[in-house]
Design a binder for this molecule. Structure first.
Ligand code: NAX
Length: 326
């Protein structure tokens, strides 16, 4: 049996984690042979609820779950952590501007970045989920210089999965036949879901749909799917977000399938003319616990313009929070 790894999770008493933690503990994220220790962080008022989550985790008798630590002290939660799932953040309140949300949540990520820098395993792999996810990841990265910036990523896998579903519904095809879906950019409404390089059972997806559907219906449908779920459910996506996190980490750690790729917001190396250092969603392949941006894709002017718009939004978000990093 492998040695247990430490998985730190923030916002652990929240909605997403009520699905996420049970899937990690059952082996869905890191494999059926990988024992885990969950190190769960919450704000002090939520510790009572967190204890109840721990009771339920224990009552599942998961063979892979070695221990559950509940704390409101980030230095305890991240001590020796190998993986960090950064879910905890404030929701956008009534009348709150996006800039206010950026500042409030940015502060959480600058504080956590400093703690992680001091106490976590320097090879720790991080997935930021709390919104604005890409910019929070950027702030965390800037406050944690001991970590490898390649190990600080943000979640766009939920958007990727939403895009696969929309295409499968439109073309009446099986989701397992859809390969090479791409989400470019920010996890926001400027994201660019792109089927230009996607295949369905080996055939080009763009040959099976109208360009007008791909550009005018598919892109906004995927980009605004989160709002659609909120409208129907009264609160934001939770189980599907947890599933996206599981998929993101599993692909990163255990690898992507031959001939396919996934979408991850990662530290830009300047590929496709995007500013180096931004946390930008790209198509990536993963092997041996590392990711590689898929290069050499030929993008239409329409897609390139949209990619640039999303880059601009990320630059503006970063500039709004510049006081949170040196
Ligand atoms: P909840 O409000 O249910 O849970 C958030 C939890 O975080 C709460 O229990 C709160 O006490 C805790 N928290 C707040 N500040 C904290 C801090 N400083 N340290 C530790 N914990 C803290 O939200 P939930 O539905 O679970 O969503 C969490 C985040 O995911 C939100 O920011 C949301 O916007 C974001 N999402 C991101 C998605 C993505 O694809 N990147 C999709 C789903 C989701 O909307």
């Amino acid at each position: 049996m492998k040695q247990p790894v430490r998985v730190a999770v923030t916002g652990a008493a929240g909605q997403i984690c009520y699905s996420l933690l049970f899937r990690i503990a059952s082996g869905g994220m890191l494999g059926n042979d990988q024992p885990v220790i969950l190190q769960l962080l919450e704000i002090t008022p939520a510790l009572k609820v967190l204890e109840a989550v721990k009771m339920e985790l224990n009552d599942c008798a998961f063979p892979l779950l070695h221990d559950v630590v509940c704390t409101d002290d980030a230095s305890v939660a991240f001590k020796g952590a190998d993986y960090g799932l950064m879910v905890g953040a404030k929701p956008r309140g009534p009348g709150m501007e996006r800039a206010d949300l950026l500042k409030d949540n940015g502060k959480i990520f600058s504080t956590l970045g400093k703690v992680i820098n001091d106490v976590a395993n320097p090879d720790m792999k991080i997935c930021v989920v709390g919104n604005p996810a890409n910019t929070n990841a950027y702030i965390l990265m800037k406050n944690a210089p001991n970590l490898n910036p390649r190990n600080i990523t943000a979640l766009t896998r939920l958007d990727h999965n939403r895009a696969v579903y929309q295409l499968s519904e439109k073309t009446n095809s099986s989701m397992s036949d859809i390969k090479r879906m791409t989400i470019w950019g920010n996890h926001s409404t400027t994201q660019v879901p792109d089927i230009s390089h996607t295949t369905i059972a080996g055939d080009a997806a763009i040959d099976k749909v109208d360009t007008s559907w791909a550009n005018e219906e598919f892109i906004p449908k995927v980009a605004k799917r989160g709002a659609e779920v909120i409208g129907a459910r009264g609160s934001s996506s939770a189980a599907s977000a947890a599933n996206g996190i599981i998929d993101h980490m599993r692909s990163w750690v255990l690898g992507t399938n031959e001939g396919d790729w996934v979408s991850m917001a990662v530290h830009s190396d300047g590929s496709y003319g995007i500013e180096e250092g931004l946390i930008y969603s790209y198509p990536v392949t993963c092997k041996n616990g590392d990711w590689t941006i898929v290069t050499g894709l030929d993008n239409s002017d329409f897609i390139v313009n949209k990619m640039k718009e999303s880059e601009k939004e990320l630059q503006e978000e970063r500039d709004t929070c510049s006081d949170l990093f040196a």
